[in-house]
Write a protein that binds this ligand. Structure first.
Ligand code: CU
Length: 175
């Protein structure tokens, strides 16, 4: 009456085995991925705090400071709108570069990298646009309320690096 149970049954069994095999393969793959990821994060983390140590020399307050350590005699300050900044709202920040004679530094390439003071968060990255008179405007958003460290990075027209740290003491919660 019914067809022989042998072949269909065997095929089902084979399919089941294939599923299991795939499952194991995926499992191993995921494990390999997830064990790789923390290592990468760790490297980024170490690099970041290395920068902080390098840049931490002469910081002053929350609004800005003078005298970047890397290229001598260039001061970096910034203003933000709104001030103090609010989390999740568009921030317009003007970074001002001046040389030892307080003259505007033109033609630099500037970007910012925002980190919170605790580990585990993605940095906020944004490139600045030169507005003239040594002012470079950057638009970004803080992604969490609290204490941030903003690294102003880039290079001067003559190739000297700009590497400056600004502590943003307290990004306000929204609302
Ligand atoms: Cu955070």
């Amino acid at each position: 009456m019914a067809p022989g149970p042998g072949p269909p049954h065997r095929r089902q069994a084979d399919e089941h085995e294939d599923e299991e095999r795939n499952g194991h393969t995926n499992g191993n793959h995921n494990m390999r991925l997830s064990s790789r990821r923390p290592a990468t994060r760790h490297n980024v983390f170490v690099g970041f705090w290395g920068l902080i140590l390098l840049a931490g020399g002469g910081l002053v307050g929350m609004v800005g400071c003078s005298k970047a350590p890397a290229p001598a005699d260039v001061s970096v300050t910034w203003t933000t709108e709104p001030s103090p900044p609010v989390v999740g709202a568009p921030i317009v920040a003007d970074v001002t570069l001046r040389d030892a004679d307080r003259q505007p530094v033109r033609g630099a390439t500037i970007e910012i990298e925002g980190h919170m003071t605790h580990p585990g968060m993605a940095p906020v990255l944004a490139a600045a646009e030169e507005r003239g008179d040594g002012v470079y405007r950057v638009r970004f958003q803080f992604t969490m309320a609290g204490d941030w460290i903003v690294l102003v990075k880039g290079s001067l027209p003559d190739g000297r690096p700009v590497n400056h740290r600004i502590d943003v003491a307290s990004v306000r919660p929204s609302g």
